[in-house]
Design a protein around this ligand. Sequence first.
Ligand code: SIN
Length: 485
Amino acid sequence: MQGIKDKQLLKNFSYINGSWHKNETNFDVTNPATGELVVSVSNAGVAETELAVKAARSALKMWSEKSSNERASLLRHWFNLMMENQDDLGRILTLEQGKPLAEAKGEIGYGASFIEWFAEEGKRVYGDVIPAPSNDKNIIVIKQPVGVVASITPWNFPNAMIARKAAAALAAGCTFIVRPSEYTPLSALAMAELAERAGIPAGVFNVVVGTDAKGMGKILTQHPDIAKFTFTGSTAVGKTLIQQCATTVKKVSMELGGNAPFIVFNDADIDAAVKGGIASKYRNAGQTCVCTNRVFVQQGVLKEFTEKFALAVNALTVGNGLTEGIDIGPIISEKAVNDVEKLVSDSIAAGATVHIGGAKHSAGINYYQPTILTNVTNDMPIAANEIFGPVSPIIAFDTEEDVIEMANDTEYGLAAYFYTRDIGTIWRVAEGLEFGMVGINEGIISNAAAPFGGVKQSGNGREGSKYGLDDYLEIKYLCMGGLNK
Ligand code: SIN
């Protein structure tokens, strides 16, 4: 199948309790670059999701009682297998998601880095001893795994968004169930194949793939045997899932939508800002939650930045991600392309100007031209909504105060970026921006060692980093009395 060396990585059944589950019906996974069938996948639903919960619940005691070193060595093995199979995993990812092959392989390395990171970090789940108010007691704090963790993950990072959650959960001693997007189940199933080869015991990592998003989602958010639910996706869906989790008071963590400002001040290194803007905006065809969504440029460098940025955007190549040298692949679906098209046309109607692009791309129905809009204001649809496409709206600004106010004028608070060489500006702006992550003279900020997450309606909890384990651990207070010290 299209250059994949290890055919066993291409699975089409759900992976529950260490076995592959066949269902009566199938659904098709198609390549967004061509519309062609990649593979037909067995369509799991509510019954299989319940089976996965049962399996994860049964495996919990065994897994949580393993030493942190035992869990670390299994996770390390999983990491090694992902890296050894990076080419095949990247190719599977491009086939189902569309991003260019080099970027897909990069995602495999990125996803694997979370497994490596948490394999180590799981050894450092420290407790505490707190001075007690009287001498007959000791106060001791221990940390324990929360229990069974359920997750729903998106199509834009079919590997890394699973790895970032599963690695932390497994390292903490939790068992895990994921329902990946039905657009991109193959990367998740390939991860399950490698987890099995790595020796991760049955029931610890389960993948249920199916089209009944509502039914499966209800089980994963409401089943009493699930202790924690974690989601990456849109704010609208996240709100519904949080409500569903409330029925059993689950611990929740949410990585939701963004509307990232990218601010270029008059004193910025313009070439560096152009490079950072291209990386931040056009990565994954603009389909990331941390993507630049609004480009604010101070009046003094508006002309220079726009010209240089336009040259760089013009140089981006668009096409099938499997073709060598492609920078931008397709958007995930025709509907998603139409959504981008509507945001652009509504903004043009409101006064925006097309500087470059501004239309569907001739490469096929799922492609959109890398686009720059100028004369944009912060209230236009292209600035007020998450674009999820390769479009940069440029908004001019005068002062630092104005731009901070405009940047914060959104319900979202995931990532923000700004470019300046002034140390005072750096601190004032970094502190003034109401976002969970801020790139300062840097357009790519995600890595396993850093806490990924948002404020406001962009979600709660942090993934990656030493903080990423906290969401999978409970704090237990032990009061040891009768001590006659
Ligand atoms: C996302 O778009 O949700 C994830 C992006 C990243 O991890 O950098």
